[in-house]
Design a protein. Sequence first.
Length: 303
Amino acid sequence: STLSSSSAASDVYKRQGPSSITRNIMQDRKGNIWLASWEGIMRYDGTSFTNFTNKERLRRYHVFSVLEDSKGNLWFGTIGAGVYRYDGKKFTNITTKDGLAHDRVGCFYEDKAGNIWMGTEGGISVYDGKSIRNFTTEEGLTNNDINAIIEDKSGKFWFGTRGEACFYDGKTFTKFTNKEGAPFNNVRSVIEDKKGNIWLGGNDGLWRYDGNALTNYSRSFVGYIYEDKKGDIWTSSEVNRGTWALSRYEEKSLLDNTVAATPIRTEQGMFFGIVEDAKGGIWLGSLQGVSRYDGTSFNNFSQ
């Protein structure tokens, strides 16, 4: 079917930052901060916030994920309305009618070849610029509900799912297990750091895989992992029942195995996406919106 488009509206809808769940955050090449929030697609230009879901009269669904691809297009995953792709002028809606595996989309990844991988609740959809190819449990995927996707330096793809984590070598999906043969369940975040280590966070805590050995850093539930420009690892995790922490593992401690996480912020309620902006500020999504940490204090934009 033909992808449907929404042309830009002339009215600009500006307001303060979101005051409810903000799942993911991204800074584009122009310096704008984009938010995947329950209130819609939002952009912060350094001065004010624009809600594009309202401005462009897009379908009002919760926005879960965001990506800027190598061509400058922005991709937004929603919970029920599929994907919105924004080329800077118009939004194009991609749904199951266009071949998407499911209309609830939790994550994106652009691979080395420029293909866009979309993790949905019904499998993985890969868009090559012309058509969509889907991978599900029928092709060997361990679970169809996808939380995270990355491609490592060797070209192998890693998937965090609501079930068991796995990797894909281009031909076969293989369940990823520890040395006892136990799988990693409900992995919410997967990253590859600058040294080529694979980090996994989820039900089983925080783990690092160096290609040979696994190291466990925390048994607390981990929702998000992020590596900053210095090589420090940031996590959002549940440290006690209902209490969440934004924590930082300094690169030096990871190198010499002293491994002490520094708690930066702790409060009741979940923390979500983490991203570092061009000025070194750390942005954090939460149940109350988004905030920025400048190394000393937090600016809560919903206030």
